[in-house]
Design a protein around this ligand. Structure first.
Ligand SMILES: [Zn+2]
Length: 364
């Protein structure tokens, strides 16, 4: 147990890593970086002014789902320590976080599907029309609702227009602009932003006991998205994969064309098209962020780069190539990514990319 003296009050915490008042305030919701949003939601509960629908928007990995779940806990918590704050330990709080609460319905893209369908909306509408089973409110959590097709979005509109008194809809999406305006106009929108990288480094060190170097690398890699940073911490194999793909790229600069073609052959051979496409998309997205680093470094901005561990390489590229050349190659990578969506020969597409890949002798 740790005792912390703060703002004239003696505060006692079970968790030893809480060190300052800003962190303490967020700790009640156990979230980092979205204190302003937690404050708004807490007030809505404590003032008894909860809206019928909320939209948590922002880039994937930013913490939209975590905040929505925490809000669902706060709304239905049996023993809130203060008004509008979830205890995290009562039965309903525990059931909610594991998505097993009878009054909580989840809608998301089903496995093997690529969109949220109208049938899924109709199904939750049936349960939302009933009174809450045991909690104060029935809550529907609609994840990545920008992936709902227009029919499904229109169907939800009906619930928004005639929302039963004890029903709350919590939506998450990449951007409010990707939903029907008739949905966003009826929702309280919370636009979540990444945490500043400089703010995230000490958070990662304190909360996850990371050494300063690893904390810096992960804060940059996640671009200040706390959920993504956490995913990297729990799944280090994802970091290894990124590292390997970046190493491939370093080698490609040195390779002659036949060797580059051989690399492409290995990537594309003897696998299903869908699988190959997915792998290539993932690789190109990693490479694109690397080239963005070169662009940032070319303009003297090292604070926002993604791959700090590879900064000596991106730095060399930023000096070997002109701004126009870097931009042209980024455009080429983006085009390749777009063309992958078409029914095009992936191997030929990548070979064309390899022909345009700059030949550079880089020190690493
Ligand atoms: Zn609780």
């Amino acid at each position: 147990m740790t005792t912390t003296k703060n703002s004239g009050k003696l505060l006692v915490f079970l968790l030893p890593h809480i060190q300052n008042s800003a962190t303490i305030l967020i700790m009640e919701w156990n979230l980092y970086g979205h204190q302003w949003a937690a404050d708004i939601l807490q007030k809505h509960i404590s003032n008894d002014s909860i809206r019928h629908a909320y939209l948590f928007s922002g880039a994937p990995g930013i913490g939209r789902r975590s905040l929505a779940i925490k809000f669902a806990q706060a709304i239905n918590c049996i023993q809130p320590p203060t008004a509008g704050t979830p205890c995290g330990i009562c039965r309903i709080c525990k059931q909610t976080v594991s998505l097993q609460q009878p009054d909580l319905s989840i809608v998301q893209v089903e496995e093997d599907k690529h969109e949220i369908r109208i049938e899924q909306i109709r199904e939750i509408q049936r349960s939302l029309s009933l009174s809450p089973y045991e909690a104060k409110y029935r809550i529907a959590l609609l994840l990545n609702f920008h992936l709902a097709n227009p029919n499904a979005q229109n169907a939800l509109l009906k619930t928004l227009e005639e929302a039963p008194a004890k029903v709350i809809l919590l939506l998450t999406a990449d951007a409010a602009e990707n939903l029907l305006p008739t949905i966003t106009s009826r929702s309280e929108i919370l636009r979540l932003r990444p945490v500043a990288i400089t703010e995230m480094i000490p958070i990662l060190q304190t909360k996850w006991n990371l050494d300063p170097q690893s904390a810096k690398e992960i804060a940059h890699l996640s671009s200040g998205r706390y959920g993504l940073a956490q995913a990297y911490i729990f799944n280090p194999e994802q970091l290894e994969l990124i590292h390997d793909r970046l190493m491939d790229q370093v080698e490609l600069f040195k390779m002659n064309l036949p060797d580059r073609f051989q690399y492409i052959e290995k990537l594309t051979a003897t696998r299903r098209r869908g699988e190959v496409k997915e792998t290539i998309q993932q690789i190109i997205q990693i490479w694109l962020l690397f080239w963005r680093d070169a662009l940032l470094l070319n303009s003297g901005d090292s604070a926002r780069i993604t791959y700090t561990q590879f900064s000596s390489i991106s730095q060399q590229i930023s000096t070997c190539l002109s701004l126009e050349q870097i931009n042209a190659f980024i455009k080429k990578l983006e085009e390749t990514l777009t063309l992958l969506e078409n029914n095009i020969n992936i191997r030929l597409l990548l070979e064309e990319l390899m022909i345009e890949w700059p030949a550079l002798h880089l020190a690493y």
